[in-house]
Design a protein around this ligand. Structure first.
Ligand code: PLP
Length: 425
């Protein structure tokens, strides 16, 4: 169920009216539902119950400590893409031994930090990275657990900026080079080759490309078994999509259905795997855990009718939510307290000095200055991509738990934004 619903004509997060939050904490405000978060994680955890599986939440989708803490307490691991994210996991009480480290450009310092904290696995994306990791581990007298991110060359049929599994992408080792790369890795003295992974793209509404990628990984695991390289885990990445309310989009495949099909294939194969070796399954979901746990609440500042377009100018901007500007993403915008009356068609834009600063286009709304709007499904890749462009402090983040409202990140004030700067003498 959705934990954001209209009650007596007012949009609520769980049992809390959004205008109450706007009044107490101002706008723009990210508002999350704790129940929604736990429900989304449970969909993965339930489908994994009784199996050797680990759900590593891809925290770049939303890395607020409160969210990490809640997920860690449910048993989540984390997929990180920087040393900074590892420090967040630890600050939130997460277990480094459930952390996998993805990304094409890991620095020596990040490798050292991750080895020192004892992470579960490095997802390595290139041969030079294997050599660097081998050297860093050797210098510390350690062995680094590695998995190769293989690029299965599967078309995820999503936006070019969020498709990552094609030959033309910067990510992963090409499928045809994978065997040689594994041989290289296995020969390096300070690496332990433990797994295989892929991540083919994001906002996938269908699981067919994911299952196709799974088949290719299985094929490679079988080949590696014949070479005496026995992998302990298979990491299928993240990528499952959510319902953004885009007209004409089909409903995303439910998490339980996808995992059911995936485990069925793994079970059918696993029985026949070389020596009956077991395999642990790892997932890296981001969006499907957090997107629909959050809304961005914003206030209408001005209405500006025009010859070609009407503009609805709000107090949130591209620096608060970059997905429309960056990907041309369609995000649903709804009035918090819908009004009667005639609707007009508006482009909903922010105050930032860029023509790219729009949050929604051509939306029919009955709206007046001072009204609140909610951008729905804003919990993923919202706050984590926010910037201080135009010296705008980032929005407050609150988490609703029934009728309780917790501030989980304060609104930034302008003085903090230039506190690290200094003038030259
Ligand atoms: C971003 C990312 C994810 C999460 O993707 P979602 O589409 O949000 O599920 C998982 N794995 C890797 C390597 C990523 O870069």
């Amino acid at each position: 169920m959705s934990h954001f619903s209209y009650q007596d004509g007012v949009l609520h997060a769980e049992s809390t009216a959004l205008p109450k939050i706007a009044e107490a904490f101002g706008t723009p405000a990210y508002v999350y539902s704790k129940a929604a978060l736990l429900e989304n994680f449970a969909a993965y955890a339930d489908a994994c119950r009784g199996r050797d599986a680990l759900v590593c939440y891809a925290m770049k989708a939303n890395s607020n400590l409160a969210i990490l803490d809640l997920l860690a307490r449910e048993g989540a691991g984390f997929d990180i893409v920087s040393g900074g994210e590892l420090l967040r996991v630890i600050a939130a009480g997460g277990d480094p031994n459930k952390v996998i480290f993805s990304g094409v450009g890991k620095t020596e310092a990040e490798m050292r930090l991750a080895l020192d904290k004892g992470i579960l696995c490095f997802n390595v994306e290139s041969i030079p990275e294997l050599h660097r990791l081998n050297e860093v581990a050797g210098s510390m007298g350690k062995r680094a657990p590695v998995s190769l991110r293989v690029n299965p060359n599967v078309d995820a049929k999503t936006h070019p900026y969020i498709a990552t599994g094609l030959k033309a992408n910067k990510f992963g080792v090409a499928f045809d080079d994978a065997l040689d790369t594994y041989r290289t890795a296995a020969a390096l003295p300070h690496l332990d080759v433990v797994g295989i992974d892929c991540h083919i793209g994001s906002q996938l509404l269908d699981d067919a490309p994911l299952l196709e990628a799974l088949d290719k990984l299985i094929e490679l695991i079988d080949t590696l078994d014949t070479e005496g390289i026995h992998l302990h885990h298979l990491d299928i990445g993240g990528g499952l999509g959510v319902d953004y309310g885009v007209a004409g989009d089909k409903a995303p495949v439910p998490v339980g259905d996808y995992l059911g099909r995936l485990f069925a294939r793994i079970d059918a194969w696993g029985a026949g795997r070389d020596g009956g070796r077991p395999i642990k399954v790892i997932f890296e979901p981001g969006r499907s855990i957090v997107a629909n746990t959050g809304v961005l609440v914003t206030k209408v500042e001005f209405l500006k009718p025009g010859v070609e377009k009407n503009f609805c100018i709000i107090d949130a901007a591209m620096n608060d939510m970059m997905r429309p500007t960056l990907y041309g993403a369609w995000m649903d915008m709804q009035p918090v307290v819908p009004r009667e009356g005639e609707k007009a068609v508006y482009d909903i834009v922010g105050p930032v000095c860029e023509s790219g600063d729009w949050l929604a286009r051509e939306r029919a709304l009955a709206v007046e200055p001072g009204d609140l709007l909610a951008m729905l499904s804003a919990g993923a890749y919202g706050m984590t991509m926010a910037s201080n462009y135009n010296t705008r402090g980032r929005a407050v983040e609150v988490m609703v738990d029934g009728e309780q409202v917790h501030v989980i990140r304060q609104r930034e004030n302008p003085a903090e934004l230039f506190a690290l700067e200094s003038m030259i003498k």
